[in-house]
Each structure stands twice: as C-alpha cells, then as structure tokens.
Design a protein. Structure first.
Ligand code: ACO
Length: 402
C-alpha cells in the first residue's frame, strides 16, 4: 500500500531496492557466479574441478591470498593452522554457561565473538600481521569451537585437538571421539566432508558474507565481523535451510511419504510451507554445487551401507518439482542445501549441527571477503538510505494527556 514513487520524489534520488535484488555492494575479485548458466568459480577455477581435485585448506588459501599455493606454501599454512587449534582454557569454560539444549549456532557465534577478548593483540584491521594472525586463529579455532558446542549439547567431555591429524580429521575426532577411547576417523567420511567444505567455501555477496562486510565496514575486527556472519547464516532462508530440509523430509515421511500432497501445499502457498533447499536469488538454473552434492549423497549412503528412505523422498520431490510448471516457471531448482543434510545425517551429525558445518565451510570466504574490503583504498562504511513512511512532525503529548 506504500506509494514508493511519491516517497522517492520526496527523498530525492536514491535507489530503492529492498533485498538488494539488483544492487551490487562491492566490486570483488574472489568468486564468480553466472546464475543463468549455473557456473561457480573461485578465483577463476571452476567449482567442479576444485571439488574433485583440491582440498579445503588449499581452497582456503586460494580464496584468501588469491592464488593456489605451492606445496611449500600449503605445508606452511597447514602447519600454522595446526599450531593454533587449542582454545584458551578460560574460553573453554564459556561452554559451561550455556543451557544443555542450546543450539550450537549461537554457541558458535558467541565463542567467535569472545575470541576478540582473548586476542586483543590482533584486532587492528589495517595491520597486515595482525590480520594474518586473526585469519590463522579463526581457521584453527572454529572447528574446535564447533565440536565443543556439539559435545556440550550431548553432555560429553571435550577433547583437545590432536594435531597429528588433518584439519577435517581433527574436527571429526573432537566431535565424535570419546576421551581414553581409540577413535579412528573414517577416511571416506573425512574426504567427503572436506569436499563439502570446498563447495561451501565462498559464494560472493550472500546474506552472511554481505553481513561480514557490513560489520567490517565500520572497521570492526575480523572476529566480530565473522561472528555476525555466523548469526546471519543461522536463518532458515540461508544456511539454516540444510536443517530445515531434513525437517521437511522427516515430516513428509511421517505423513506416509506423500510427496505430491506436500508439493500441493507448497503450490497453494500455505503459510510457512516452502520447498526448502529449492530456489536461489542468483541461480536460475541447477546450482552446480547441488549437482555435486546429489551425486556424493548417493555414493556416500551406498558406500557407508546406510540406505536412507529420506534420500528417495528427496529425489522424488526433485523429480516432481522439476516437472511442475509452478517451479519451472519460477526457475526454482535444488540449491546446495537440498542434499547436504542427508550426507551429514549418514555421517552421524544431528540436525542441529548441519548449519554449523556450513559455517565451517564458509569461514575462508568470510575471511577473504573481509580482507579484500579492508585493503580497498577508499573504504566506506556500509550505510543504506531509507524511504520514510512514519508520522509527519507532531507536538509531544505529556503522559497525563494521552
Ligand atoms: N518453495 C516454494 N516457492 C518458492 C521457493 C521455495 N523454496 N523459493 C521461491 N519461491 C517462489 C516465491 O514464493 C516467489 O513466488 P511468487 O512469484 O509467486 O511470489 C518466487 O518463487 C520468487 O521467490 P522469492 O522468494 O522472491 O526469491 P528470492 O530470491 O527473494 O529468495 C530464497 C531466494 C530465499 C533462497 C528462496 O528461494 C527460498 O526461500 N528458498 C527456500 C530456502 C532455502 O533453500 N534457502 C537456501 C538458499 S541457498 C543458501 O543460502 C545456501
């Protein structure tokens, strides 16, 4: 009911673009997406090649520093991260204060925010050495924080990192291992999780990354900015969608597997009923990451001998949706979140951890984008304009006269 054109005239020349449907907030050399063609590249390298041949730490290096590392550079980067995986003992005690049933996402964002109280020597956003120290600390400590958030939720003791292990293996052991008990990381699980992290590592100006930039534009430090990004990722329309997909599949299964009935409810636009894991602001074609995840889900469930009727429901949903004009005309295809939850579930992660796994993967992208912004010669604080729709000027009315 708002007359936008009248408001625009009143405000003068501003761009009115709710949801930033058509507004670029930055120029960036990191990630390229062609949403119509379904193309995604990090620093020019196609996502399918990176998913198949690279590794998460190599991709992190690529995103953050702009080039693929030499073997020596990658070894040095990996070693440096390895040396910073421990949490300060005082930070470890933070976890005691959260309720047992706390969702691990706000636990993660709180602990990341708290890092800036422990590393006050590395908060200057314009000091290259300090930014580098913060970069390494984040990459090293976030997996430890994530697994502690999980251990807290199941009431098990925390495990210290084992730095003889690789990045993902270490995270898996801290998450699923139990003190004084041998825990052998399944190499298939570690490899697939590493690949999923690669697929999530950056996605240009999505909601959480744009948030990291917005917070950083006030010259807030990297820990504070990334903590804000974790909170933005938590929402069900963004990273929270991977948890929401599994909830949707469970609901359909509990309903006797009535896929057509569910799709009807989506098409009728029943309050709160969406086909979660479908649709994307930028992709108007199959999300290239979803294609890779779908194949991985089929392989992993087969190789782990964990057939899951929810995979059949998901595939049927996709088939029904892609043959239906409602979805076709709106260019709604599966996005990265549609099949990831099934893999995480097969690996033993509870639904509440799914979005945390997304955060672990997205971390290098947040860092790379924040660093890119901070080195811009003319950094401007992010500060949108508005169209005012409130009351005109009116005199104050004392309380006894209202
Ligand atoms: N199910 C049913 N209808 C949908 C869906 C969906 N998942 N997504 C979009 N639509 C419909 C909308 O109702 C709208 O229809 P209309 O034109 O009749 O009003 C049309 O498609 C356009 O959708 P918008 O919501 O305007 O598209 P927008 O770009 O704003 O939203 C978003 C993109 C948030 C991803 C949306 O598709 C969505 O909510 N999807 C489900 C949640 C999800 O999977 N999020 C993860 C995104 S990827 C990521 O963060 C990793």
């Amino acid at each position: 009911g708002v007359d936008v054109s009248a408001l625009l005239k009143e405000t003068g020349y501003v761009t009115y673009d709710p949801g930033f449907m058509n507004t670029a907030n930055t120029a960036s050399a990191i990630t390229y997406i062609d949403g119509d063609a379904g193309i995604l590249r990090y620093r020019g390298y196609p996502i399918d090649q990176l998913a198949e041949k690279s590794s998460f730490l190599e991709v992190s290096y690529l995103l953050i520093y702009g080039e693929l590392p030499t073997q020596t550079e990658l070894a040095a980067f990996t070693d440096e991260i390895r040396m910073h995986t421990l949490l300060h003992e005082d930070l470890r005690r933070f976890f005691d204060g959260f309720p047992r049933d706390a969702h691990p996402m706000p636990v993660l964002s709180s602990a990341v925010s708290a890092l800036s109280t422990f590393y006050q020597d590395s908060l200057d956003p314009f000091d290259a050495d300090q930014v580098q120290a913060t970069t390494i600390r984040l990459l090293a400590k976030v997996p430890t924080i994530a697994s502690y958030a999980y251990k807290k939720s199941i009431g098990q003791p925390f495990l210290y990192p084992d730095n003889s292990l690789g990045y993902v293996e270490n995270f898996l052991r801290m998450t699923f291992g139990v003190p004084a008990t041998q825990y052998d990381v399944d190499p298939v699980v570690a490899k697939v999780l590493d690949m999923l992290f690669v697929l999530h590592a950056d996605h240009e100006q999505n909601c959480s990354t744009a948030t990291v930039r917005m917070v950083g534009s006030s010259q807030a430090n990297l820990f504070a900015s990334v903590s804000a990004g974790v909170n933005a990722l938590f929402g069900p329309l963004h990273g929270g969608a991977n948890q929401a997909v599994l909830e949707m599949l469970n609901e359909i299964q509990a309903d006797g597997g009535d896929v057509d009935g569910f799709v009807r409810r989506v098409k009728n636009k029943e309050q709160g009923v969406k086909l979660m894991g479908f649709g994307h602001r930028v992709y108007k074609n199959y999300d290239p990451r979803a294609a890779i995840v779908k194949k991985a889900a089929q392989d992993v469930l087969e190789r782990m001998h964990k057939p899951d009727p929810l995979l059949d429901i998901a595939m049927k949903l996709e088939q029904v949706a892609l043959a239906d004009d409602f979805f076709v005309s709106r260019k709604l295809y599966p996005n990265v979140d549609f099949y990831t939850g099934l893999i995480y579930k097969a690996m033993g992660f509870p639904q509440k951890m799914f979005t945390v796994l997304f955060a672990l993967g997205r971390l290098p992208g947040w860092i790379a984008q924040w660093r890119e912004m901070m080195t811009e010669p003319n950094l401007k604080i992010g500060r949108p304009r508005q169209l005012y729709t409130g009351a005109p000027e009116r005199p104050y009315v004392p309380a006894d006269q209202r």
